[in-house]
Design a protein around this ligand. Sequence first.
Ligand SMILES: [Zn+2]
Length: 284
Amino acid sequence: MAMATFNDELDEVPVQKAATTTGTAAAPATAKTHAPVATATTAASDEEDTPSATKKEEEENLSTDFDDEKVYVRTGQLNQCRPEKGKAARFSFVPKEWIAPQTAKAHWVDVPDSEGKVRPQRIRCLTPLGADADAQVCCELLNEDGAVEVVALVVRYTNADPETGKYGKDDKVKFAIEFVRLSQFNMRQIKKLPDEDKTPFDIDLVMTHADRAFGYEFNRKANSPRWKSDPAVEAAVKAAVSRFLDGKALRSKLGVKHNEIEWKSLLSGKKVGAETKIENVDEL
Ligand SMILES: [Zn+2]
């Protein structure tokens, strides 16, 4: 939890700034620092082609400045979509044909870090989802079931009204690709939002965090995703989401992976060394 806050503060601004340029004028903001070729290409190729662009023969142009958006983009960096208390966050799910929401069970466990400071860590549960699965070592030793969580990529509307999620009629969409974390309760709530012939992927939602409420509320804000109503924005969304389509960053939000031995060692009070962790290997 502490880590998530840390992430938000450090990363929200640059990521949103980056998305802002992609969302509106697309190519020009970043293109101006590349070879002129980039201007002619679509927004989609702008970000993706940069590293592998044909610059071997020519001299590389590595110049930058403090308002150069590409300096602030962190590959694979994915912020959580969630409003502060009393505020609203408007979003739309990224089409499931691009990347489906991901689910797994997890436990929160207090784990000492390298300096011996104890921090709560989300660790994937070894018991498979479903009612008839046999409880595995983590659930047995912790004496609790792993909590089912769902994470999904979303198009977060960064310039919608922060209190209501509303847009003015002619407002142009600015966005950031983020992820939303959903409990079983949230899933049930969201499932009910669209009209009968629609799915949650077909609408805009607004997520609120009432001042006194414990969790988040989800409501329908529009009957179709606003980002799809402008072809330029739609193209920019496609481009921005492309680096997350391998699912790596999204799945990592479900928690770190421990095998049975690691779980046992962790819960017997022994320190689990970084070198014994396998989550990164498994993610590949
Ligand atoms: Zn478990």
